[in-house]
Design a protein around this ligand. Structure first.
Ligand code: HEC
Length: 108
């Protein structure tokens, strides 16, 4: 009986996780366009750039090259309210697109 409960719990957990952190692959090209529209005001979104327009904002290159940076880490970040950044209301698909674009910039 214990075992059945455990399995149910594990199943419920994984369903919840997959709705929040749906890791379907986004489109890098769409992510780039979206980033240009909404992120580029503060972040430098082109690869190889050293500084962002907003000096406090890390470049997307830096974000991509942060050790341990992953789709999951970015998903968590993108649903966490941010003090210094406006909170964006993105659809799941738009989030996946931006994340795909950032991850495509990994140079290490
Ligand atoms: C109004 C300016 C502004 C805009 C627009 C903006 N950001 Fe930021 N962002 C910042 C600043 C400033 C920081 C660094 C300070 C901080 O982490 O609080 C930051 C940090 C980040 C981080 C690193 C967070 C961490 O904890 O290391 C990520 C990832 C990020 N931004 C992604 C984005 C994405 C994706 C967009 C577009 C959808 C975006 N930002 C739009 C200002 C902005």
């Amino acid at each position: 009986m214990e075992k059945v409960r455990l399995i149910c719990f594990a199943m419920a957990l994984s369903t919840a996780a997959s709705t929040v952190f749906a890791q379907e692959r986004g489109s890098e090209a769409d992510g780039y366009l979206l980033a240009q529209e909404v992120c580029a005001e503060c972040h430098s979104i082109e690869s190889g750039m050293k500084f962002s327009p907003n000096f406090l904002a890390p470049t997307f290159q830096d974000i991509a090259d942060t050790p341990g940076m992953s789709g999951l880490a970015l998903s968590v970040w993108s649903i966490t309210p941010h003090k210094t950044m406006p909170n964006f209301a993105f659809s799941q698909e738009e989030r996946a697109d931006i994340i795909a674009y950032i991850l495509s910039m990994k140079s290490k």
